[in-house]
Every structure is written in structure tokens, then in C-alpha cells.
Design a protein around this ligand. Structure first.
Ligand SMILES: Cc1cc2nc3c(=O)[nH]c(=O)nc-3n(C[C@H](O)[C@H](O)[C@H](O)COP(=O)(O)OP(=O)(O)OC[C@H]3O[C@@H](n4cnc5c(N)ncnc54)[C@H](O)[C@@H]3O)c2cc1C
Length: 532
């Protein structure tokens, strides 16, 4: 059995952002916690690699909730080594003729940049964003850090407040419809908003319109972690360790042990078994239920769990990142128009119209990798890679394999970038690394087909349907088994919401002390019927 005990109060599968967070809260509440990951180090999507002396955030880079996520303060993550940097300029969309519209968390400051293109839109922006920011702050952020309301209850409860009824309306719209309703004229402005809303694989025409204000607002508030994204994972792991969590790395879980319809422990791939009163899985539903629990035990607990799980939809697009270590940083020619463009955390290039963006997304879904459109996220941290290009990408290329094409595609991307940053023509590429969707899927097994959120954001898989109506509140039909990864509400990205929420549910079920206090924004939202 190595150094592990034979019994734990809680065994957690997966030490990504969500598993780590659950371990922190539960071990501090007094539970004896075992946290297991197949990787040699913790972090899941919080990966920072050092290759050839250069530091790259190969997966999560932009921390959209850093300024509001309860774990940051509850767990005093700064004192455990996680410091974040909030950029002054959040985003810029750069035009081929050398101009740029710049975006800031501050509404008025953004309006000034918009005014250089369209004065009426600048005025409208202040009005629209005041509403969008209110929806996000009063309803959607609080909902991220609380249990999802069942869909029908949500619809009724949300009608009681003005903010809630707007969210209800948006829930019926697509991103494009929500954007149209804002009434902006400038193509560049609309394109930038839609790009930020869809850059992590959201379907612009697939419903869930309220997520457009969320992604837009949160990307404008994004932070990066000093010394690399992995420092967030490291600080969570330090907190968990100090509070008694045992972390077992390089250890794959092969089965969740059951006794009838009840989880009783875990089995490692090397045959070791550990008993646990509670098992939390942060894996995707197919791995959790079909592979680890097994169909027989699932069928004993629920007549429809297996069928529900089999119909889980992976994301229709993934991401391709090309990381370049360069002799000099790219300098946008648009900096001559607005120096802030060069300082933006996300620089959008290659697309200036909504139709162009929609065509780019459709092409990606159809298997074509468009090297002309993408964004450069993060080069404000001096010690990370000099430059990174990120864009939507298909898992299966229609015109060849990633193995055969990745180097040529990386060259094409550099050409595109050079159109916007001419100094790249003379720069030396010291190293470059192409992390295409096949790399993503191979590295993290729950990102099947490169699904960075462990599964599509479609109405049938969101809110209290994520991963299904029986499991979205973290308990499952299998007694003592809980789910908490990106495939559960509030979904993917580094929100820490799943881990935070499951900790509350498990603490209640095990009779542990909920030592943390509910954030005021959640309490306020509860008074208005906006959270569960
Ligand atoms: C290229 C890329 C860019 C991204 N950019 C951003 C970004 O800028 N901002 C952002 O917020 N998000 C970003 N994301 C998404 C983000 O990384 C994920 O949504 C997030 O990591 C999900 O967290 P999680 O804890 O639910 O799961 P994961 O991070 O996937 O962690 C799950 C863990 O479980 C482990 N595991 C799985 N199966 C087993 C098993 N059987 N036994 C033991 N261990 C197991 C895995 O090894 C993994 O460590 C990006 C993702 C990718 C791929």
C-alpha cells in the first residue's frame, strides 16, 4: 500500500483546479483527504512548462475570476505564493490598416477608445455595459459560487427581479442575438465583443446568450499569475498539504469501488485499493460513470445514468497554441495609432467583421484550421514565453493530420503575426512549440477531442443540466459519490467553482464544520432569488 493509509474520509480523483480546491476546503474542515492525480505534479490545466530555459503557460493563462473567486481570500492564496497581475489594458482588436480599438475593465475608458471609431457607439457602450456588468456581478458571478437552481425553478425565481428577468431573456438568445440587441453599429466593436465571448469555444449561434456578458466582462477583468499559472496550483497544493491532505501524484485511478449502489473507495491502476467514505471525481462524466464506476453499478443506482452519460457531447472546437521564444517581442504597428494596443493582455488579429468571425468559427467546426485569425494572450509577464498565439482549432483536420501539418501551420501563423508586427520579420525564433488539440487531449484525459471544458456548453449541458439534472448539484445517484470537475456546474475554465461548491455539499453531508463564510455577493443574490 506504499505510504497511503487504508481509509480516508474523502478521496478526490484529479488534482486540477477543482480537485485541489475541494481538498483545501475539506481538509481545513477536518476531513482526512486523499487527493490523487495521474500526472507527476498537481494542477490539471494549470500547467507551466519550462522548456529550453523559457517558461510557457501551455494551458490556462487568463484567470477570469481571480478578483472575485472566494477561494483566493478564504485560502489566503497570496500568502501561499499565488500573486496575480492585473493588466492595465485588457484587450485590443487590431486592424490591417494599423489601427486598434482597446478594451479595459473600466467602461468609460473603453468608451473613449471606441469613440475614435464611432461616437454614438461609445455612448451606447456605457449604457449597455452598465447593464451587462450588473447582470454579471449580481447574478452570474454569485451563481458560479453556489448550487445551480433547477431550470424550471430558476426561470420562475429569476422573474422576481429585473436582473433575473434579463438573464432569463438572454438565456433564450444566441450570443449573436444578445450582441444584436445591444444595438452597436461598429463592426470592429461587435467583432471584438463576440471574439472575446467565443474564444474559448462558445457557440455564437447556440443559445445561452447570458454567457456573452459573462465571458466579455470577465476577460476584461482577467489576471495572469506571476511566475506562471502553475503557481495557483502550487499555492492550493501547499494549503491542502499544510491542512493534512495526502497528495498522491503519478497515480492513475482505474476504478471507483462500489458496494451495491454505493461508492466505498478507489482502486489505482497498479492494483492498490483505498477505502473512502466519500469519493469526489473531477473527471468527465464518461470516465467517472462508464469507466471508473462501471455500467453495472450505475444501473443499480439509476435507470438512466448510463444513457445520459453516453450522450455527453464533446466540444466542437478546441484550441491550438503556438509558443514562440523570440529574440524580441512582437511590436504591433497599431501601437503608432494607440500605444495601449501593444500592452493589451489579449490582442485580436485577423478578423474585423462579425461575418468574418462567424465564418472562421464555422470553418473550424468543419475541420479547417484558419491561420489568419487568432489572438496573442499574455506577454505582460516578463518571465513567461516571449509570445504565444492562440486560436480555435479543429480536433480532426480536414486536410491532413496534425502530425504532418503542425510545423507548416506554425510558419503560416508567424507570417500572419508579422503582418501586424513587422519587427517579427527580423526577429530570430529561438524555439517554438506547437500545442495543437491532439496535444491537449493527450495531456489531460478529460479534455477528450481537445475539449478544454470537459464537454460542450450547449443548453442541454449547462446550468442544472451539467452534466445532467441528477448530478449538477454535485451529489450523484451513486451514494457517497460526488462530481465536481469542469463537466459540472459552473463548468470549465479556472473558476474553482466546482471544487468550492462540492466542498460545501460534502461538508454538510459529512457533518463537517463549514469554516468559511458565504461571500456577501452570494447572500445578496440569494435574497433576490438569483442563486440556489
Ligand atoms: C490550451 C488551453 C488553454 C486554456 N486557457 C484557459 C484560460 O486562459 N483560462 C481559463 O480559465 N481556462 C483555460 N483553459 C481551460 C482550463 O484549463 C480547464 O477548463 C480547467 O483546467 C478545468 O479544471 P478541472 O479541475 O475541472 O479539470 P482539469 O484541469 O482537467 O484537471 C483534472 C485532473 O484530473 C486528472 N485525472 C483525470 N483522470 C484521472 C484518473 N483516472 N486518475 C487520476 N487522475 C486523473 C488529470 O490528470 C487532471 O490533472 C484552457 C485549456 C486549454 C487546454
Amino acid at each position: 500500500m506504499g505510504t497511503l493509509d487504508s481509509h480516508y474520509d474523502v478521496a478526490i480523483i484529479g488534482a486540477g483546479p477543482n480537485g485541489l480546491t475541494a481538498a483545501c476546503y475539506l481538509s481545513r474542515a477536518g476531513a482526512k483527504v486523499l487527493l490523487v492525480d495521474r500526472h507527476h505534479e498537481c494542477g490539471g490545466g494549470l500547467i507551466t512548462e519550462e522548456w529550453s530555459g523559457f517558461r510557457f503557460n501551455t494551458h490556462a493563462k487568463l484567470m477570469m475570476m481571480m478578483d472575485v473567486m472566494p477561494p483566493y481570500d478564504d485560502l489566503e492564496l497570496e500568502s501561499w505564493g499565488c500573486k496575480y497581475i492585473r493588466p492595465d489594458v485588457a484587450a485590443a482588436i487590431v486592424t490591417r490598416d494599423g489601427r486598434a480599438m482597446c478594451f479595459y475593465a473600466d467602461i468609460e475608458r473603453t468608451a473613449k477608445s471606441i469613440a475614435r471609431f464611432n461616437a454614438e457607439d461609445a455612448e451606447a457602450y456605457v449604457e449597455v455595459m452598465t447593464d451587462w456588468y450588473t447582470i454579471v456581478n449580481e447574478a452570474i458571478i454569485p451563481a458560479t459560487y453556489s448550487l445551480p437552481l433547477p431550470l424550471l425553478d430558476m426561470a420562475v425565481s429569476y422573474e422576481q427581479s429585473e436582473v433575473g428577468s434579463v438573464v432569463n431573456e438572454m438565456a433564450e438568445e444566441s450570443f449573436v442575438e444578445t450582441l444584436d440587441a445591444a444595438g452597436f453599429e461598429s463592426e470592429l466593436l461587435k467583432t471584438a465583443i463576440l471574439y472575446l465571448g467565443t474564444m474559448y469555444g462558445m457557440d455564437p449561434e447556440g443559445g445561452l446568450g447570458f454567457l456573452l456578458p459573462l465571458f466579455y466582462n470577465r476577460l476584461l477583468h482577467s489576471a495572469v499569475v506571476r511566475n506562471g499559472s502553475h503557481q495557483l496550483a502550487a499555492s492550493l497544493a501547499r494549503f491542502a498539504n499544510r491542512n493534512g491532505t495526502t497528495i498522491e501524484r503519478a497515480a492513475e485511478i482505474q476504478a471507483i469501488l462500489t458496494d451495491g449502489p454505493k461508492a466505498v473507495g478507489i482502486r489505482f491502476a497498479d492494483g492498490r485499493e483505498v477505502r473512502a467514505d466519500t469519493v469526489i471525481s473531477t473527471a468527465d462524466p464518461q470516465m467517472t460513470f462508464l469507466d471508473l464506476v462501471g455500467e453495472e453499478a450505475c444501473n443499480q443506482a439509476s435507470s438512466h445514468l448510463v444513457a445520459q452519460t453516453r450522450s455527453w457531447e464533446w466540444e466542437s472546437t478546441s484550441l491550438c497554441n503556438v509558443h514562440y521564444a523570440l529574440s524580441e517581442r512582437p511590436r504591433l504597428s497599431a501601437a503608432g495609432y494607440d500605444p495601449d494596443a501593444d500592452r493589451a493582455l489579449v490582442k485580436i488579429m485577423g478578423v474585423e467583421t462579425v461575418d468574418g468571425l462567424l465564418a472562421h468559427i464555422e470553418a473550424t467546426k468543419a475541420g479547417r484550421f484558419d491561420t489568419k485569425v487568432g489572438a496573442a494572450p499574455v506577454d505582460i509577464e516578463p518571465q513567461t514565453a516571449v509570445a504565444c498565439w492562440e486560436s480555435l482549432a479543429p480536433f480532426d483536420l480536414s486536410d491532413g493530420s496534425w502530425d504532418a501539418r503542425r510545423e507548416a501551420l506554425a510558419g503560416e501563423i508567424l507570417d500572419t503575426w508579422t503582418e501586424y508586427a513587422p519587427n517579427l520579420a527580423d526577429a530570430t525564433v529561438i524555439r517554438h512549440y506547437v500545442n495543437d488539440p491532439t496535444y491537449i487531449a493527450a495531456k489531460l484525459p478529460n479534455m477528450v477531442r481537445g475539449s478544454i471544458k470537459h464537454g460542450a456548453y450547449v443548453p442541454t449541458q449547462m446550468l442544472s443540466n451539467r452534466p445532467n439534472a441528477d448530478c449538477s448539484a454535485y451529489r450523484t445517484p451513486i451514494e457517497n459519490l460526488y462530481v465536481a470537475g469542469a463537466s459540472v456546474w459552473p463548468g470549465g475554465m479556472v473558476l474553482l467553482g466546482g471544487g468550492y461548491n462540492v466542498a460545501g455539499v460534502v461538508a454538510d453531508d459529512l457533518g463537517l464544520d463549514r469554516w468559511w463564510t458565504e461571500p456577501e455577493f452570494v447572500t445578496e443574490a440569494r435574497k433576490k432569488g438569483l442563486v440556489g
